[in-house]
Design a binder for this molecule. Structure first.
Ligand code: GLN
Length: 503
């Protein structure tokens, strides 16, 4: 099979080819490394390509398979990992200059699980600095570009993971989602992204943005692939005190179930309509109609407190981030800058390092967060935001009493142009209106492509389920995906223009 054919396969199909010994993991891994060589100069999805490490894993998997060992189903299928997840012996920057040159001494639990299952790690993907952003333009290493149109953003913060999967540089990728950074990049690149239930995937070894919101999850080209990857990384971890004790629901089986008859699907009134691009709305409504044709019962639900979700998020997130980012002080990790104009005291080294190492968006949020947490303002800002969080959780509880899953567009717009919102933080923040409520409530969410908007760019369809019911995402997602395949005669991503290949 040629390289191009291999990189177009789904992870599930690659796994089957590997199991049947029709291809080796070295061939599959090399095909993706070649593809990265050919297109990543234009896309810039990767901050670091770990070719040797990936090929070493591939060789080991091939040898074990040849020896007749029983391997994990995905063994030998390569994966890309967002650069905010620590990887032993492999640079990890969180998209920040302050961590330039830092090589972590340990693996995140999810990385250890990828390695244990035998997935070669292709490299580390670009992201907004410390995962703050919706476009990857806040990366300290330059933006990633959207494979659909290189002048457009791939979403953020996990634009690198989504672009890598959309550009066929990786069949699987890991993202993290604090307010939408898996789902919104998936939406604007025509890929599938899942934010699991909070506590469903270990946070041990994720560089923390906002600890009460962060959650890692899969980015893929099909719903089944997302379930397969979710199964590898999910489940209890004693190293994460917020890890759920119970086993992950059977997400892989749910992705095969194929029957939504009688399932109640709630359209969230506050997450459609005004502020949503007409082409996004049209694609969303058409997808809801397909689910209805498949036998689901569609109801409208109202979540009035969602109006305050963005405001609450932009108090809670900066508050937690300002405290989490205090550890980057020039003493422990990465960059260290000594002041040139006066005495070299610990405090002045910290100030100089943080001044030089953090970008504008990070500084903006640290200032916001320390202000919101300061004595005298704590109750008025942080305390009030936490109360709003409770109201949002109650809205979800009421909605889930009337519907088994909730649906909305994933993002209000398709991919915007690079630079378009860079000087307008509020406009950038607004791109996450539909994804943030799930993080505030800790519930799981999935985004899959529902088609194209009238501008020819992909639209994301979001499915939300109650906490711990991640399997429902895969059930609804796979049924809709199948109906769309029939309607379109192929996957939405197939409509993306071919990238020019450097050879
Ligand atoms: N775009 C949102 C933010 O800037 C979400 C980020 C994320 O999920 N990491 O905070």
């Amino acid at each position: 099979m040629s390289d191009d054919t291999l990189t177009r396969q789904t992870a599930g199909d690659l796994a089957a080819l590997l199991q049947a010994r029709e291809v080796s993991s070295v061939e599959v891994t090399q095909a993706h490394l070649d593809r990265i060589d050919a297109v990543d100069g234009a896309v810039h999805a990767f901050l670091h390509v770990s070719a040797e490490d990936a090929l070493a894993t591939a060789r080991a998997v091939d040898a074990r398979r040849a020896a007749g060992e029983h391997l994990h189903g995905l063994a030998g299928v390569p994966v890309a990992v967002k650069d905010i997840v620590v990887t032993q012996g492999m640079p990890t920057t969180a998209g920040s200059r302050i961590l330039e040159g830092w090589i972590p001494p340990y693996d995140a639990t999810l990385v250890a699980r990828l390695r244990a299952a035998g997935l070669p790690i292709l490299g580390k993907t670009n992201c907004d600095e410390f995962a703050m952003g919706s476009s990857t333009e806040h990366s300290g290493y330059g933006p990633t570009r959207n494979p659909w149109d290189l002048d457009r953003i791939p979403g953020g913060s996990g634009g690198g993971s989504a672009a890598a999967v959309a550009a066929y540089e990786a069949p699987l990728a890991i993202g993290t989602d604090t307010g939408g950074s898996i789902r919104q990049p998936a939406a604007v690149t025509g890929t599938v992204g899942v934010k699991p239930t909070y506590g469903g995937v270990s946070r041990y070894g994720l560089i923390a943005l906002a600890s009460s919101l962060d959650q890692a999850g899969p980015v893929t080209r099909t719903v089944l692939d997302a379930a397969l990857l979710h199964e590898v990384i999910g489940g209890h971890d004693p190293r994460d005190s917020t890890s759920l004790p119970e086993p992950l629901p059977d997400v892989v089986r749910a992705a095969h179930a194929g029957d939504v008859r009688g399932l109640r699907i709630g359209v969230v009134r506050q997450l459609t309509g005004e502020g949503y691009q007409p082409g996004v709305r049209a694609s969303f409504e058409a997808a809801v109609a397909l689910l209805e044709e498949a036998g689901a019962e569609v109801v409208e639900v109202s979540c009035p407190s969602f109006e305050y979700a963005l405001s609450a998020y932009y108090l809670i997130l900066p508050a937690e981030a300002s405290s989490n980012l205090a550890r980057f002080d020039g003493m422990r990790f990465g960059l260290r800058v000594e002041p040139t104009d006066g005495p070299v005291t610990a405090e002045r080294v910290m100030a100089a390092t943080r001044g030089a190492g953090f970008g504008d968006e990070v500084k903006r949020r640290i200032i916001l967060g320390t202000y919101a947490l300061s004595a005298g303002y704590y109750d008025a800002y942080y305390g009030t935001a936490q109360k709003v969080r409770t109201l949002i959780q109650r809205d979800f509880a009421a909605a889930f009493a009337r519907a088994d899953v909730l649906v909305s567009p994933t993002a209000p717009t398709t991919a915007f142009r690079l630079g378009e919102k860079l000087d307008d933080p509020m406009a950038m923040y607004l791109n996450d209106v539909a994804t943030i409520p799930a993080n505030l409530a800790g519930i799981p969410g999935l985004s899959l492509p529902s088609g194209l908007s009238d501008d020819g760019l992909p639209v994301g369809f979001q499915v939300l389920a109650p906490a711990r019911a991640d399997d429902r995402l895969y059930l609804v997602g796979s049924v809709l995906e199948q109906a769309l395949l029939e309607r379109w005669g192929g996957p939405v991503l197939a409509a993306a223009p071919e990238l020019e290949v450097a050879r």
